[in-house]
Ligand binder design. Structure first.
Ligand SMILES: Nc1ncnc2c1ncn2[C@@H]1O[C@H](COP(=O)(O)OP(=O)(O)OP(=O)(O)O)[C@@H](O)[C@H]1O
Ligand SMILES: [Mg+2]
Length: 257
């Protein structure tokens, strides 16, 4: 059964992977209900673990992992090989049908290097939704590893939040849900904000309250919101978060673009 509903892009954080997480159940349930879920995943913790085991140095610069010629092979291997395969397997185990891909497949995510200090880290230059749309039309759940292609043939490591935001933006009106390990975006007192507009985001950022892994999420939310995507940041370790958001409940932080 196919559906013409707008897409729901769900970014699953590496930090919630493998925990008692019901996000994938939610994804499968959504699809059964006629929605068009697209999964984008991270995997930073597992990449760090493998780089350490292989004794390949990598440091973080402004929250992004510098990626040398050796490290990019590990990034590709872990994201596309281990994490993506695991997610596709888990979706299958609970009755869904998923197809794993990276941004290279079907020319989905084009990218370019932008900072010598970061090496093989990319920024997204274009998204082609042809393959993702074909998979959705065929009733399959695309599961995307955040790797982009720098022409002619160089894979680049891209922040998964950025890929999720750009894919949602390219798919157009629909939803973008960041599942992470906290209840939403918090202010300086630790209170989760139900809503966030651009002005408040700027202020929170200026005072240093939005930091680390939250920065690319907030940026991605506003980029996607520009074209009418409804964007949310919520806790993926709490059961049924995705279903609650899709059914219109106030869960986590909603971005007001
Ligand atoms: N204002 C804020 N509100 C909430 N969390 C914040 C804020 N500023 C920074 N953070 C941090 O952002 C983290 C979530 O981003 P993080 O990159 O660690 O996880 P993820 O993106 O879900 O997983 P991964 O990066 O592995 O894909 C939170 O655990 C928290 O420590
Ligand atoms: Mg992150």
């Amino acid at each position: 059964m196919t559906s013409t509903a707008p897409a729901t892009v769900i970014k699953i954080g590496g930090s919630t992977l493998g925990s008692e997480d019901t996000s994938l159940h939610d994804v499968v349930a959504l699809q059964r209900a006629g929605a068009r879920p697209v999964v984008v995943h991270g995997g930073g913790a597992m990449i760090s673990d493998w780089l350490k085991r292989l004794e390949i140095p990598s440091e973080f610069i402004d929250g992004l992992r510098s990626t040398n010629a050796q490290a990019i092979n590990v990034v590709v291997g872990v994201l596309r090989g281990v994490v993506n395969t695991q997610l596709v397997g888990e979706i299958g185990a609970i009755g869904g049908r998923a197809v794993g891909l990276s941004g290279l497949d079907g020319g989905t995510v084009s990218a370019r290097r932008y900072d010598d200090r970061l090496g093989y880290v990319g920024e997204v230059t274009a998204v082609d939704t042809t393959l993702v749309t074909a998979l959705l039309d065929a009733g399959l759940i695309p599961v995307i590893a955040p790797i982009g292609l720098e022409a002619p043939a160089q894979p680049l490591n891209i922040n998964a939040d950025t890929v999720a935001g750009e894919v949602a933006r390219a798919l157009g009106v629909g939803q973008l849900i960041f599942l992470t390990d906290v209840d939403g975006l918090m202010d300086a007192s630790g209170t989760v904000l139900a809503d966030l507009d651009a002005e408040r985001a700027r202020a929170l950022r200026a005072e240093g309250t939005i930091g680390g892994g939250m920065i690319p999420k907030v940026d991605a939310c506003f980029r996607a919101a520009e074209v009418g995507v409804a964007a949310f940041i919520a806790n993926g370790t709490i059961p049924h978060t995705v279903q609650r958001i899709v059914s219109g409940e106030d869960v986590g932080t909603r971005i007001r673009g």
